[in-house]
Design a protein around this ligand. Sequence first.
Ligand SMILES: *Cc1c(COP(=O)(O)O)cnc(C)c1O
Length: 431
Amino acid sequence: MAHLAQKFPGDVERQRRMSIIEEGDVQQVRMAYLAIVGAFSINGVAQLHSDLLVEGLFKDFYELWPDKFNNKTNGVTQRRWMAWCNKSLSALITREIGDQWITQLSELKQLELLVDDASFRQEWSACKRQNKERLAESVKEVCGVTFNPDSLFDIQVKRIHEYKRQQLNILHVIHLYNRIKRGDTANWTNRCVLIGGKAAPGYYMAKQIIKLISNVADVINNDPDVGDKLKVVFFPNYRVSAMEIIAPAADLSEQISTAGKEASGTGNMKFMMNGAMTIGTLDGANIEIREEVGDENFFLFGLTTEEVEATRPTYCPNDIIAADEDFKNVMDLIECGHFSQFEPGLFGCITGSIRSNDDPWFVAADFRSYIDAQQEASEAYQDKERWQRMSILNTARSGKFSTDRTMEDYNRDIWHLTPTPPKDELCIPSR
Ligand SMILES: *Cc1c(COP(=O)(O)O)cnc(C)c1O
């Protein structure tokens, strides 16, 4: 407080705002402020997150100590998320470009030269196919539902949270079901939708979202009109060992959080490395993934962070729903009890939240652009050669998202340690 008084004489309001102790009926410790005062260096975990911290939450501290703030974009390790969990793809990559990528992920760039090689593309698809068969077996065993590996595998696995918008995903699934029921299936792309993730025990809305996904899955999977056109499961007990089977088998990675809410995401990186396409918003590390892979290899939709803020004061989801026939049909189906036949009104809290002018997650605002981006993905999947190329490019351009790069960033800017090369045998995973 003394330092503040010296730097900004007379600015008592600033001292109040920045105090580690919040005054009020009950005094509280502002833990993040305490951490900033005590820290040598403070970073967000993706560029957008780092920018939002210094423009918003920590603006005053940034003005006081601009040099303390920086960015360190997250990464994941290719030793676990490629070499260990995707043996067939790793062997194919190593055969073509050697095994340097295991300790230097940017080496994957060399794969770009192979996208024009038809026999390589064929082998690439064969690996994906094998991984999809392995996941289908697991889904059969765990959920009792048959996934056809020829279908587009559309996957959203992450903690259940309203900002991650599993509810938007299920609205799209219901829209597809609606299209099948009304016979609107020209040029249809068969899809298997897998949603998985744990909810905090006391998070009522998250538990309701899981219930809605499960009920929608029951209706769709048991409707003979639907068949292989659409399958849906809620995959229980999502965990790292499950992700090791799931990531290698994904065609489409769902990264659909409300812009500005996902600090980075790391699931998005695991999927990209394993050759999945992303459908996503401009949020967290999605932005950097799209920068690396190119906008022609990313299915973008939704409001930007700035647009979300601009929409907030006049947001009226009921007008959006009423003006969009597809959206209206989806909401009607949930609200008439089609997915809760013996428990009418079961999902009132979910539909009520989507219809609320105060919905902080802007589900309705992004519905139409999400549906359109999903349609683009469906059409792209029908062009096998195009999809194979995009898949290879996703892996080839994922080099930035190795945690080795993250550690090098920390070391260059903060730690200044001398690297000690690892012993070779420790680099190669084996069981
Ligand atoms: C990677 C991972 C996460 C993080 O996923 P996000 O999509 O980034 O939220 C969560 N849980 C498990 C088990 C993971 O493997």
